[in-house]
Structure formats: C-alpha cells, structure tokens
Design a binder for this molecule. Structure first.
Ligand SMILES: Cc1ncc(COP(=O)(O)O)c(C=O)c1O
Length: 388
C-alpha cells in the first residue's frame, strides 16, 4: 500500500524536530523554559467551562448538530462582530462555524481554486497556509513581510504576472510570527488591490483580541467593501484560551461562506453542540476575562522587552499577538542561534526560517510563561554575552 501523491507532497513539519529535541531535554530533567510554542498557558475562563458543563447535561446536546452549526452560535458570531467592530453580519448567510480556524484555512483553497491556480501567501507566515495550498494542488507565491514595511506586504512590489494570476491571498494581523498589526488604511488599500486584481482575500484574525498600548486590532471587515471580496476567520483559541476546544468561525462574503459551508456539509456534521453552547457563552457574556488576558500578555511583553534591553539585545516591541520577533545576533543563522540557546541555556525559541525564507535572521519568542520565567530565560541568554 502506497500513500497518495498528494499526501506525500504535504510540507515537512519544520518544528517537529525541535519539539523532539525539547522533549528529550525535558526527559533528561533539564529546567527548560519553552518560549518556542504558541499554546496559550492560561485556563479557559470559568463561566465558559460552566456553560459546557451545563450543556453536556442536556440530552439534546448529545445528538448530531445541525450541519451548519447551531443558529444560536451563528447569531452570537454576528452579534460579536456588531459589538466589537460595528460590522453588520447576517447570521444565516455570512457565518460559517469552523473546527478551529486551521480547518477553514486549509479548506478555503479547496473551495475556491482549481488545480494549478495561484495563491499569494505571506513570508514569514503561519506554516499551515502551505498545507491548504498543497492539499488543493495549487501553486503559491510567497510575498515578503519586511521590517522596513512594518511587516506589511508591499503590494506594488509583487510581480505583475503573480498578481494577474493570483486568485486568493492570505493576510494575518496581528501577525504570527512578527507581532505586527495593521491599521484601517492598510485594509482599505488591501480592498482596492483585491478589487483591481480580482483576488479574494482571507484575513486570518487569530490574534484579533490581542493588541497592546491601548490599541485594539482592526478587523479587515471594517474596511469599506471588504465583504465584497473576502472573509475573515476568527478563533476562540486565543481570545478565550480555548485552543483545545477547536472552535472558530469565518465571517464575510456570503458566496465564500456558502462554499465553506458546502465543503463542510461533506466533511463534518459540525461541532459537538455542547461546545457550540459554550462558545455562545464566550462570545456573548462578560468580556473582562479578555481584558485581563491582554493585560497579562502586555505585562509579560514589557518584562521581555526590559530584560532584553538589560542584556543589550536590541528588539522592537510587538504591537499585538503573544509573540515577539527578535533579531538573531551576527554570526548565527536562526537555527544555529535557536540550537545554541537550547544547548547552552535550556531556553527554547522558534527559529524564524521555519516561517519562511524571510524569517531568516529572527527567532520567535512567545510570552506564554510567567514573567519571572521570561526574565530568567533572557538573563540566561545574557550570560552568553552575545549582544555586547
Ligand atoms: C496565525 C494563526 N492562524 C490560525 C491559527 C489556528 O488557530 P485555531 O485552529 O486554533 O483556530 C493559529 C494558531 O496558532 C495561528 O497562529
């Protein structure tokens, strides 16, 4: 028995070898500080857990969900966009419930592109974008996100033939891995670019709740005309520490939403209804848990920046997400530097080249451990005296 060609084409999981090394080091009893991963460390807020517990007691929740999810959840998603972004969403035509947004990101090229079509993906970027392209057997062109452009794409610098051929483009702000954010003017420019060139936009708003220094991240759908040409995907994984629950949604253009719903009619019967009920509670009930979470991340970010300054590591403050994108000292590649940190300091960071060739020269540091551990990690790195 042989695997299909398509399966064989799936990209190698770049971080798998790092995870292996980290697990080995932990098994050896070393005091590892893992800043390399993106798994929220805080528990899901209690009122959401309680909503699941209550829902699970109800036998109606044990049946198949409606194929396109509970009406209540689609309405909660629409209500959430109205409340937080002032964006009008039709719960019946403009919301698709997703098993976490990773699923939606991978499904979308299968919905909209034919074999050999072209999509535009950010470099550096979230590695699973490539998985969707490969599964749909489409081509992709990677456009660079550079420090000199605040890690936003420079639409004018993308080659004409790529722009003309492209049918779909992925964007993600607040950005993983760079921590950059986008403003409304950028999204308005995106809408113009997309309309002029007949490109559909998927904006991945995974870190939508996490903006620092009092600046709330902007939704792509706030840009006029965005719904004509795109959708946004929103996950509950980060906003409510629900990464293990697998719940998110897409909102926006009705035709794209219908395509996502259609493919999902064939792949799934939507999520466990009790989880959908808990998601309704997350989206519609008190949001102080989110305010507290963002304050916690901001404190950790500030602790990281102060510790870096102390050891002479010149770094930019991320404006959002829970990642900092830190330059590698001269003389090292990203991978060499990450390996050195693991071997000599028991600190794990994600090498930037794992997010694409334009990630070379950086490491991604997540602030998903307590402040004292962050300070301890940077102080261990300081002892290597690489930044003097
Ligand atoms: C940029 C980005 N998009 C999407 C996801 C997927 O989130 P989920 O599948 O949990 O909704 C992640 C998770 O780490 C992410 O970093």
């Amino acid at each position: 028995m042989e695997y299909s060609e398509r399966l064989k084409m799936l990209p190698v999981q770049f971080f798998a070898s790092l995870v292996k090394k980290v697990n080995k080091a932990i098994a050896e009893g070393r005091d590892i500080i893992n800043l390399g991963q993106g798994n929220p460390d805080q528990p899901t807020p209690n009122h959401i857990v309680k909503a699941l517990q209550n829902a699970v007691e109800d036998p109606n929740m044990h049946k198949y969900s409606p194929f396109r999810g509970l009406q209540e959840l689609r309405e909660a998603a629409a209500h959430f966009y109205q409340t937080h972004y002032g964006v009008e969403i039709d719960p019946n035509q403009e919301v698709a419930i997703l098993f976490g947004t990773k699923t939606g990101l991978v499904e979308l090229p299968l919905c909209l592109l034919n074999e050999g079509d072209l999509m535009l993906l950010p470099d550096p970027g979230y590695p699973d974008y490539l998985s969707g392209a490969v599964l749909a057997n489409v081509k992709y062109h990677l456009f660079p996100l550079k420090a000199e452009n605040q890690f936003l794409p420079d639409f004018k610098s993308i080659a004409k033939e790529q722009v003309e051929a492209a049918k779909l483009m992925y964007l993600n702000y607040p950005n993983n891995p760079t921590g950059a954010t986008a403003d409304l003017a950028f999204f308005e420019e995106t809408v113009r670019f997309a309309k002029e060139n007949h490109i559909t936009i998927l904006h991945d708003f995974a870190y939508g709740a996490i903006g620092f220094d009092g600046k709330k991240p902007v939704s792509f759908l706030q840009a006029e005309g965005a719904k004509d040409i795109g959708v946004e995907m929103y996950t509950l994984s980060k906003t409510y520490n629900m990464a293990g629950w697998r719940v998110g949604f897409a909102v926006g253009n009705a035709k794209i939403i219908e395509a996502l719903n259609l493919i999902q009619d064939h792949l799934y019967v939507s999520l466990f209804p009790a989880i959908q009920k808990a998601a309704v509670s997350a989206l519609t009930e008190e949001q102080t848990c989110v305010v507290e979470l963002v304050a916690r991340y901001e404190k950790r970010r500030n602790a990281l920046l102060a510790a870096c300054q102390e050891i002479g590591w010149k770094v930019e403050a991320p404006a959002g997400s829970f990642f900092a994108w830190l330059p590698v000292p001269t003389g090292f590649t990203s991978e060499q530097f990450a390996e050195l940190l693991l071997e000599k300091t028991d600190v794990v960071v994600a090498p930037g080249n794992g997010f694409g060739q334009f990630g070379e020269g950086y490491v991604r540091v997540g602030f998903l451990v307590d402040e004292d551990r962050i300070i301890e990690a940077v102080s261990r790195i300081g002892k290597l005296k690489l930044f003097l």
